[in-house]
Design a protein around this ligand. Structure first.
Ligand SMILES: [Zn+2]
Length: 96
C-alpha cells in the first residue's frame, strides 16, 4: 500500500522557506537546443556558451547547407562559435 507514495512525487513543490538545509539543488547542465552545424553534436544552449549567428555569417564559415537555420538564426555551440569567430577575425577586422 505504501507504493503509491514513492511513485508520483515529482510534481510536488516543497516550499523553500522551511529553514532546512536539506534541499540541495541539483543543477544539471543538459543541453536542449542542438548545435545548428551539420556535423556537430554539441548543444547551443545559452548556459553552455552557445550563440546564434545570422545565416550570412554561418554561410561564410560553413557554406550553404552546412548548418540548420532556426527562425532565421543559426544556433551554434561554444566550440562552433569559436571557429566562426576565428574565421571572421582574419578578413573583416584588419581593415586598415
Ligand atoms: Zn557546434
Amino acid at each position: 500500500m505504501s507504493r503509491r507514495t514513492d511513485r508520483v512525487q515529482r510534481k510536488v513543490r516543497i516550499p523553500s522557506n522551511l529553514g532546512k538545509k536539506k534541499a540541495k539543488k541539483k543543477v544539471e547542465k543538459v543541453g536542449e537546443i542542438p548545435c545548428g552545424i551539420s556535423n556537430c553534436k554539441d548543444f547551443s544552449d545559452k548556459h553552455m556558451g552557445g550563440r546564434s549567428l545570422s545565416q550570412e555569417n554561418a554561410i561564410d564559415t560553413w557554406g550553404e547547407g552546412g548548418f540548420t537555420v532556426r527562425k532565421n538564426r543559426v544556433r551554434v555551440c561554444k566550440a562552433c562559435y569559436k571557429i566562426w569567430k576565428k574565421d571572421n577575425k582574419d578578413d573583416n577586422n584588419s581593415h586598415y
